[in-house]
Write a protein that binds this ligand. Structure first.
Ligand code: NAP
Ligand code: G4F
Length: 353
């Protein structure tokens, strides 16, 4: 029998890479999708097959982390062996605008899912393994390098909610003996990254400036440092955590940090552009409380999970810029053919993220 995985946040960056990984390992994958007025499955459309065709291995279910009864119903229907809780309002700056909703989806949402799992295990006695998508944002103002032993010091409503979710996981593990592992993942990016996160905002702008579709890139704090890796590498660590003998908590990172400015320089350089001509500061992208310096110590995941990142910082920037240069060339061609090229392309600058 193929193993069955249930993924919340399947339509997100990580959900899409994790689905690909699990399908390649022979899993039957079930994803929870929010109802939206437009299709929101772009990132997984290439692996989704018509459910009317026999043997479809990726199945989608409507649900939401704010809806406990839907979560219970989905668990009863899917009967998963593994649950990956990736669903979240995952934007740190936006969490200052919608703190209550962020707490509902990220903190309480995790609790709802754990309660649904408790009900399911209580009724069936089945063993279910649970992965919680924790974040290096939980370390916030703690001094780098940060490891599993570093105390949390969250600096945003998002980070506070992730700390709550982390501790719900630890508590359910200790109270009920469940297999629950918390990943503490540092920033991971890809060509599928949402366009209001800084890396993708930069690489989209590079592509569009190069193609003559955009003039300026407005950014906030260029001095913040992040430990950036490739999302495709990081989902492997999630899976490995659930294949261990015992549940535990793991930092997943590259062990190397760079500033936003370094990312900007490298991305513009790659396209043969002088960043100083295009980048301007817009204070609306600054955060009420910033996280200045995140640098992970991945020793534990390297030793216990035998996990290592395969993509370098330069490799990541190159991958993203190449993708977005190509995307912008397509937009420019559409523009020349008379279609609007700006309707989506510069969305990241219209929003406050
Ligand atoms: P993402 O691209 O923003 O995807 C978030 C996913 O969550 C989307 O599928 C989204 O659905 C879904 N979602 C949002 N609100 C929901 C709700 N109320 N109920 C159910 N689903 C909901 O995020 P990501 O980068 O893939 O990150 C995956 C997880 O890892 C998140 O929990 C994030 O906080 C965490 N994390 C990310 C990083 C990173 O650097 N990427 C680092 C550490 C931790 P829609 O598509 O409909 O919006
Ligand atoms: O790309 P960011 O928005 O990512 P942030 O805040 O580090 O959060 C991401 O990584 C976390 C893991 O550490 C995840 F948990 C979380 O879900 C998310 O995926 O911002 C990175 C840095 C910040 O210091 C920010 O102030 O870039 C700085 N920045 C400068 N200008 C900007 C901008 N960030 C954004 N989004 N937009 C700007 O214009």
């Amino acid at each position: 029998m193929a193993k069955r995985a249930l993924i919340t946040g399947v339509t997100g960056q990580d959900g899409s890479y994790l689905s690909e990984l699990l399908l390649s390992k022979g899993y039957e994958v079930h994803g929870i999708v929010r109802r939206a007025s437009l299709f929101n499955t772009d990132r997984i459309d290439h692996i989704y097959h018509d459910p009317h065709v026999a043997g479809a291995k990726l199945q989608l279910h409507y649900g939401d982390l704010t809806d406990a009864s839907a979560l219970r119903t989905i668990l009863e229907k899917v009967e998963p062996d593994e649950i990956y809780n990736l669903g979240a309002q995952s934007h740190v700056k936006v969490s200052f605008d919608v703190p209550e909703y962020t707490g509902e989806a990220v903190g309480m949402g995790t609790l709802r899912l754990l309660e649904a799992m408790r009900g399911y295990i209580g009724r069936t006695g089945k063993g279910v393994r649970f992965y919680q998508a924790g974040s290096s944002e939980m370390f916030g103002a703690a001094k780098p390098p940060q490891s599993e032993a570093t105390p949390f010091y969250p600096r945003s409503p998002y980070a506070v909610a992730k700390v709550a979710a982390h501790w719900y996981g630890v508590n359910y593990r200790e109270a009920y003996g469940y297999f629950i592992s918390n990943g503490i993942l540092f920033n991971h990016e890809s060509p599928r990254r949402g366009e209001t996160f800084v890396t993708r905002k930069i690489t989209r702008a590079v592509g569009r400036i190069k193609s003559g579709l955009q003039e300026k890139l407005y950014l906030g704090n260029l001095d913040a440092k992040r430990d950036w890796g490739f999302a495709g590498d990081y989902v492997e660590a999630m899976w490995l955590m659930l294949q261990q003998e015992k549940p535990d908590d793991y930092v997943v990172a590259t062990g190397e940090a760079h500033s936003v400015k370094e990312f900007v320089e490298l991305a513009f350089d790659y396209a043969g552009l002088d960043w100083q001509k295009y980048v301007e500061l817009d204070p609306r992208y600054l955060r009420p409380t910033e996280v200045d310096y995140l640098l992970g110590d991945p020793s534990k995941s390297r030793n216990a999970l035998n996990w290592q990142p395969k993509t370098s910082f330069k490799g990541l920037v190159t991958m993203m810029v190449e993708h977005d240069l190509e995307l912008a060339r397509g937009e420019a061609a559409m523009h020349e053919a008379g279609f609007s090229a700006t309707s989506r392309g510069n969305a990241s600058q219209r929003l406050s993220g």
